[in-house]
Ligand binder design. Structure first.
Ligand code: IMP
Length: 446
């Protein structure tokens, strides 16, 4: 009986879906606690590729219940598409989905506003108008590079107490009031960006039509977790995005609008933090970031291009090319601290096969001084120069390895270095795309 949180230890896209899929085999309940369809988890099963944006990755296991906690934001159309898509592929999902009535709904005007803001910010960069958020240096981009799925505007309405929650769609009068209140402000903003406003009636009709779809799935997710625990069951809380995209602990303002960190799993599901016993951070053996914002170890040369190509580093959700660089222990130590990591799962070891040398960063230089801890002032990160060190690489393909002994010595040394410098046991190593391509190390390497 364990409650485990699995989080991204970098900037998202760490390969969490595969780990969740693997751990879900033993889990009775898998719960998402934040984010929405900005996420994208890819799982390859017997040569078949599954991409999920909203539904927890545990869905592929027949006995696992999947839940969306109160911290998640749900685009009803996307959820319905995913549920229909699973049915079409013969995955019996009936009776296995639970949704918190307190989860917020992404409305069509949230998507429109997210897009309008990004387009305006990009245009202001092109024309040289100062569009950057206050306090951001001029070299920063005004556009965040969001996924344009309405995530930020939806969370903004939630915090401003004018959001629409799942439970509101069962009360037409309340729903109308909420939409009216939200549109009275949002339409002004949309018009400011040259976008046509939305009519209350049209949005109301669109949202109301989902009431019957949601009704059978409604559940108190915090209570559900407690029940499963009491029965001795396994619960997996599945984080989306990553630590450095966290609204508080990430590289603000180049972050998402929710709390992907382990603490977010308690508020985003309705359980107390003492219930969480295991916190697994997932990190690639290199680093990637999609969208704008600081990324100290980013590579701008052909090595970066090779990582993109070999790692297939294009977004599951938006198809955007990801920025690539060497693994950054400064960032991973930060993730270990913020999340209280008890384990580290490293992924995509196979992508480094074939590089003559592999790099890592263990310290930054800030204004001529060496620092070994994440700078307390977010703005300082832009001036940090990574100190990159190189180690001998390996040529052998590692995809078939299922134990450390089957790895080349150079790869083993690299993994030992990760464990030692991050200070957290490495318990899983992903060696290839397939769901079976994993080395399970139990208690760690050392
Ligand atoms: P938003 O979450 O769509 O508002 O986007 C905010 C930032 O988070 C942008 O830089 C996105 O590229 C990034 N982001 C959002 N979701 C993911 C994800 O699942 N993986 C990686 N980056 C993400």
């Amino acid at each position: 009986m364990t409650v485990t949180v699995l989080i991204g230890a970098q900037w998202g896209d760490e390969g969490k879906g595969k780990l969740v899929d693997m751990l879900a085999e033993r889990a009775d309940l898998v719960v998402r606690y934040q984010g929405g369809n900005n996420a994208g988890h890819t799982i390859v099963r017997e040569g078949e590729t599954f991409a999920f944006h909203l539904i927890p990755s545990g869905v592929l296991h027949a006995g696992t219940i999947c839940a969306l906690g109160n911290g998640v934001v749900i685009d009803p159309q996307v959820l319905r598409r995913e549920v229909d898509g699973l049915h079409e592929r013969g995955i019996d999902f009936e009776g296995r989905l639970r949704i918190s009535p307190q989860a917020h709904l992404i409305m069509p005007y949230h998507v429109a506003l997210d897009e309008a803001r990004e387009i305006a910010a990009i245009a202001s960069e092109r024309t040289g108008h100062a569009g950057a958020p206050a306090g951001v240096q001029s070299k920063d981009s005004a556009a965040i590079g969001t996924t344009r799925r309405g995530i930020g505007p939806c969370y903004a309405d939630k915090t401003a107490r004018r959001g629409v929650r799942v439970e509101d769609i069962f009360n037409e009068e309340l729903l109308r009031d909420r939409i009216t209140a939200a549109l009275s402000e949002t339409n002004v903003l949309l018009e400011h960006y040259g976008h046509e406003g939305f009519s209350v009636g049209a949005v109301l009709d669109q949202v109301r039509a989902h009431a019957d779809f949601f009704r059978p799935f409604i559940a108190d997710i915090g209570v559900l977790i407690e029940r499963v625990r009491e029965r001795g069951g396994e619960v997996l809380l599945e984080g989306a995005q990553g630590t450095l995209l966290d609204i508080d602990h990430g590289t603000y303002p180049y972050v998402t609008s929710s709390s992907p960190v382990a603490g977010g799993a308690a508020t985003g599901t309705g359980i107390g933090p003492t219930r969480i016993e295991r916190v697994i951070g997932v990190a690639k053996v290199y680093a990637t970031r999609v969208g704008a914002g600081p990324f100290p170890t980013e590579l701008f040369d052909s090595v970066g291009d090779q990582l993109v190509e070999r790692g297939g580093e294009f977004g599951t959700t938006t198809g955007r090319r990801r920025r690539c660089g060497w693994i950054d222990f400064m960032a991973l130590r930060r993730a270990a601290q913020v999340n209280g990591l008890t384990e580290l799962a490293v992924t995509k070891l196979d992508v480094l096969s074939g590089f003559e040398q592999v790099g890592f960063c263990d310290s930054y230089e800030l204004d001529g001084e060496a620092i070994t801890e994440w700078p307390p002032l977010t703005g300082d990160l832009q001036r940090c120069v990574p100190v990159v060190e190189m180690l001998p690489g390996w040529l052998k393909d590692v995809a078939s390895a299922r134990s450390l002994d089957e790895l080349p010595e150079e790869a083993r040394s690299f993994l030992r270095l990760i464990e030692e410098r991050v200070g957290v046991p490495v318990t899983f190593v992903g060696t290839g795309q397939d769901r079976t391509a994993v080395i399970d190390l139990g208690a760690g390497i050392a």
